[in-house]
Design a protein around this ligand. Structure first.
Ligand code: GTP
Length: 354
């Protein structure tokens, strides 16, 4: 039985003890009423009190079997009640035998009051014990509640701790994954790109050309390769040092990008060589105009760190399918055309074989 159930049982026992006192008092009142007035109606009251007393005694007996703390007092009450009812019966019989109203005689000899006092004392003891017991159970219940609350708080703290820990671990893991991903992306970018200018490198040129070539072949459309080599770049290196040469390469890359369309692909092939792939165009004139725009970029000195550097660009152009039906062949053709431009006085463009 839980402490809460035991406490309820004690409450019911206390209720029965109080009711028992009232029932015995009722029986006694009936007796006194009859002895004082001679009205038989009081005998009913007395009988009801007696019946209720026995009923409550039986119930207490049953309930106490489960919680035996007040057994000695109950047994004593039973004896006293027995004596009390004996005394009541005797006084009634005496009155009845007398045949006429003789209250003073019978009541003066009645020991009921004395017995009633003894009964009430025992009942008070029982109630006192039960009250004490109830307090113990209440204390236990309070203790359990406190323990449950502490347990719940600890459990919550544990759950929060676990959540925080897993959150931290997940965040750390995520951070680590993002870092790894960033490093991987950086590495893969470095594989495909030129470190100095950030442009795609030679490796990317091959890959891109292969893609453009397959697409153009499939849709039977032309594409063009511009092979570009700076003029006079060595002089810049020799005159101002490699650092300025590097800065010039970066500047030139950005100048080239400004005149290109989004679909054009510019890469640094190596040294001062660049490759431009024009993925789609309708007329050759577009290529001519693009080459002219590129050359025009160098009509004025390029400013690098306040220094005015005079360079140019020689361009060789090869078109698919006119100048070759394979990527390698086309690259070679563009390179060849570039040398023709160099030979023709630099800072100019040539189509392969023309
Ligand atoms: N600063 C710098 N120089 C480089 C780099 N890579 C190659 N070079 C130099 O670029 C120069 C390229 O040589 P060339 O193409 O003969 O030089 P050029 O003066 O343009 O000669 P032409 O092409 O005949 O006009 C060489 O001196 C290389 O050492 C680089 O990453 N940075």
């Amino acid at each position: 039985m839980s402490f809460s159930e035991q406490k309820d049982l004690v409450d019911r026992q206390r209720y029965d003890v109080a009711a028992l006192g009232k029932a015995i008092t009722n029986a006694e009142s009936g007796q006194r009423g009859y002895l004082l007035t001679g009205h038989t109606l009081f005998l009913d009251t007395m009988e009801q009190g007696r019946v209720e007393t026995h009923r409550l005694l039986a119930r207490l007996d049953k309930r106490i079997a489960k919680a035996d703390e007040i057994r000695p007092e109950l047994e004593r009450v039973k004896q006293l009640v027995h004596q009390k009812f004996d005394a009541i019966d005797k006084s009634i019989q005496v009155q009845m035998r007398a045949g006429s109203y003789a209250s003073h005689l019978t009541l003066s000899k009645d020991k009921g009051r004395e017995l009633m006092k003894l009964i009430n004392d025992r009942l008070s003891e029982m109630d006192g014990k039960l009250e004490h017991l109830r307090g113990d159970y209440e204390q236990e219940i309070r203790q359990r509640v406190i323990e449950a609350v502490i347990g719940a708080v600890l459990l919550c703290m544990l759950i929060i701790g676990v959540l925080l820990f897993s959150y931290r671990s997940t965040t750390d893991l995520l951070e680590q994954m993002l870092k790894t991903q960033a490093v991987t992306e950086q590495l893969s970018h470095q594989v495909d790109h030129d470190l100095l200018t950030g442009l795609p490198n030679r490796r990317s040129v091959d890959e891109h050309l292969e893609t453009v070539f397959q697409r153009s072949r499939h849709v039977s459309k032309p594409f063009a390769i511009f092979f570009m080599d700076l003029d006079g770049f060595k002089h810049v290196n020799d005159e101002y040092g490699h650092e300025i040469g590097d800065a010039l390469l970066v500047e030139v890359s950005s100048m080239f990008q400004k005149v290109l369309r989004q679909t054009d692909f510019l890469a640094r092939q190596g040294g001062d060589e660049f490759v431009l792939v024009v993925g789609s165009y309708l007329h050759r004139m577009e290529l001519v105009q693009l080459a002219q725009r590129l050359i025009k970029l160098f009509s004025r000195p390029v400013i690098v760190r306040t220094m005015a550097l005079n360079i140019g660009v020689s361009i060789g152009i090869a078109e698919y399918p006119r100048h070759g039906k394979q990527v390698k062949q086309l690259l070679h053709a563009a390179d060849k055309a570039m040398y023709v431009s160099k030979k023709n006085g630099k800072n100019s463009f040539s189509f392969d074989g023309e």
